[in-house]
Write a protein of this length. Structure first.
Length: 151
């Protein structure tokens, strides 16, 4: 049984220095991991989170990158066959800010930034050898056919 695995191409897009915490961005990104591109776009479009439009923009950018690279290099990439391989939010630099406190003091706090990275890839097509395509029914399948014909 010989299997040949087609090379998997990946296309990515990034949005850096987004004004949200990575934890909040991950809530939206976890919704779309592993989904087909069309379903992921619908999911993000109808999400009520504030970062959802940015995630949708990054996802559309990754799809356009796939389309553009396939045209430039003459590759055969089917955009309908893409899925979200990875969707991560890394922590960016923190902005240090000061908030007024009682008795003339100042409390420091940090505004977090996120780097959002979305990677889309084509579904792998596994082509099996010719020996599997002409396989015979198993013993259990033969027995069930015999029972049906006996009734």
């Amino acid at each position: 049984m010989a299997q040949t695995v087609k090379e998997q191409r990946e296309f990515r897009a990034e949005a850096k220095f987004q004004r949200t915490s990575p934890q909040k961005a991950k809530l939206v990104l976890d919704l779309i991991k592993g989904l087909r591109v069309e379903q992921a776009l619908n999911t993000v479009h109808f999400s009520t989170k504030r970062i959802a439009p940015t995630v949708e923009k990054v996802l559309r950018s990754a799809i356009q990158n796939a389309s553009y690279v396939s045209q430039e290099r003459g590759l055969d990439v089917d955009v309908d066959n893409l899925y979200v391989k990875t969707a991560i939010a890394n922590e960016g630099p923190r902005m240090k800010r000061i908030r007024p406190a009682p008795m003339g003091r100042a409390f420091r706090y940090q505004r977090r930034l996120a780097h959002i990275i979305v990677t889309v890839a084509e579904k792998q097509a596994v082509v099996q050898g010719a020996s599997d395509t002409t396989s015979q029914p198993t013993g259990a399948a033969k027995a069930s056919k015999a029972k049906k014909s006996a009734k």
